[in-house]
Ligand binder design. Structure first.
Ligand code: AMP
Length: 200
């Protein structure tokens, strides 16, 4: 099963991705996690991404597309994967479609976690409070504002994009964590989110 989790920062994508990973035995591919690992390891990509991430901007499309393309070729992705935080621009979505087509892979569903934006600042503040020393460099009020603006301007258009493609499933992300998980399970087991067929 190949899934995309779509939603603004703080919508619960990471939490639900981990639950989907456990339930379906497929890996969570979080470009944010991969980029943070690259920053920590001070790789070439990490050095380029560090400041961009800290201020809440998007790293260039080509960088994340390259990371994802390499990652989905790994053996643990053979039975599927959950994309968490990718794609984030229409250009990334189009590049992903090409990559999937090239690998003769289908996408099963795009799960949009719809949340009230006013609740997001509170969720991120809670995450800051709970994470203690492990606080993310971009979990600041200023970076969050920027990340929300970037989401609205560059990522939200993906909702219409995937609605047109035909595999958008909208989930009420304001429910409790367990209820969101249940809604996702129900949607997937009823076959919502028609598949993008890899032609050829
Ligand atoms: P996340 O953990 O998904 O919130 O991502 C943290 C940060 O990593 C983002 O604010 C971006 O700077 C960068 N990032 C993660 N995924 C992407 C992506 N698909 N495209 C561009 N930048 C990304």
């Amino acid at each position: 099963m190949r899934l995309i989790l779509l939603g603004p920062p703080g919508a619960g994508k990471g939490t639900q991705a981990k639950r989907l990973m456990a339930a379906h035995g497929i890996p969570q591919l979080s470009t944010g996690d991969m980029l943070r690992a690259a920053v920590k390891a001070e790789t070439e990509i990490g050095l380029k991404a560090k400041d961009i991430m800290a201020r809440g901007d998007l790293v260039p499309d080509a960088v994340v597309v390259g990371i994802i393309e390499e990652r989905i070729e790994e053996p643990d992705c053979a039975n599927g994967f959950i994309l968490d935080g990718f794609p984030r621009t229409v250009a990334q979505a189009e590049a992903l479609e090409k990559v999937l087509h090239h690998h003769k892979m289908d996408l099963d569903a795009v799960l949009q976690l719809e949340v009230d934006e006013n609740a997001l600042a509170a969720r991120v503040e809670q995450r800051v409070a709970e994470s203690g020393d492990a606080v993310r460099e971009d979990d600041t009020v200023e970076a969050l504002k920027k990340r929300l603006t970037v989401y609205r301007e560059q990522t939200a258009p993906l909702v219409d994009h995937y609605r047109e493609v035909g595999n958008l499933v909208t989930i009420d992300g304001m429910q409790s964590i367990d209820e969101v998980t249940q809604s996702i399970q129900d949607a997937l087991s009823s076959g919502q989110g028609s598949r993008i067929r890899a032609a050829g």
